[in-house]
Design a protein around this ligand. Sequence first.
Ligand SMILES: Cc1ncc(COP(=O)(O)O)c(C=O)c1O
Length: 412
Amino acid sequence: MFDPYKVREDFPILKRKINNHPLIYFDNAATSQKPRQVIEAVKEFYEKHNANVHRAVHTLSMEATELYEEAHEEAAKFIGAKSMEEIVFVRGTTEAINLVAYSWGLHNLKREDEVLATLMEHHSNIVPWEILSKIKGFKVKYVDVNLDGTLNYESLKEFLTPKVKLVCITHVSNVTGVINDVKTIAKLAHENGALVLVDGAQSVPHMPVNVQDLDCDFLAFSGHKMLGPTGIGVLYGKREILEKMEPFHGGGEMIREVSFNHETRRCKISWNELPWKFEAGTPDVCGAVGLTAAIRYLKALGMDNVKTHECDLTEYALKRLKECLKVTVYGPYDASLKCGIIPFNVEGFNSHDVALLLDSYGIMIRSGFHCAQPLHQKLRISSSARASFYIYNTREEVDRFVEALKEIEQTL
Ligand SMILES: Cc1ncc(COP(=O)(O)O)c(C=O)c1O
């Protein structure tokens, strides 16, 4: 049985009081808190195994290398990749998408091509494509979103012409929590000859994700949103695609050989095998160790249980928020269509003021446009407050959140 109260015991930070109230952490879409198991794995790495990887023959380096490679294996199994060669460690979702832009897009997209994104993308799945389109001359087009925050699948079909070479789609919106049917989208894209890049920043931490089932070509996600440390993330890519791609960064680690030709006075370089071809320089070994611990923690809970728990909390919160007469919630009211993210505004208050007032009750939420300005424009709002749940949140916390909002409503 999934028990959030038992889960909470593993999170030291949740024992904190903020402004004399027990901490309620509802900013999980921004980053998650870390369990003792992850904190200890990181500490143990530095206390017992710290060394650089893949470079030395001494014991510590062997141990660090083993842990680093094991992290790739663990991440591959977690998302159902065929092998660890398909798992590239990066700093996070942002870097993973930039890797695809510069290692694949720069070399494969032509002036007459199109990249299809959606109006609900996080800026990290918009900006790299807009920057690259200035260099290469291709067009970036945006699939429409309905006023309830769901994707407009008719608009997708309309935009999906043979000119489209890549579809960039978020699995779960970081603003509304809406889950997109990326399996169907991948099928449509492939029938049309396009590749599919899925932004999994808000899905991989919260629900079962299997890349072979989705049949996506790339999947990007961040360790820090799924109990792991900051600075580590994953780009999954189908092996046959990664093999044909050019490297992202150049440097040590990502080469097989650099040989100097005395006649031409040039260096001839051959690339390392996957996934190291994409991991130039000293990687975040400790972050990888922390990610392994995070994945193991989530696996022990069961991703189906994680999703069910968050769905239950979302349903409960959506129901209770109806008691707040000045609160407008955005996105669908059907919790089964979403992950645990609720954007809202309180009539008469700026979203930052709502966040500040909630902070005085010890409740941490996010405010602003959550790096998704086009979606806010579509929803005709300049900003929103956002509560987002995870495994350690409880119905009791939702109750305190709703009671605090009711008091805030009264202050105007
Ligand atoms: C949907 C989505 N994509 C991308 C990102 C960027 O993730 P990171 O900052 O870890 O690179 C986020 C972070 O909030 C996100 O929610």
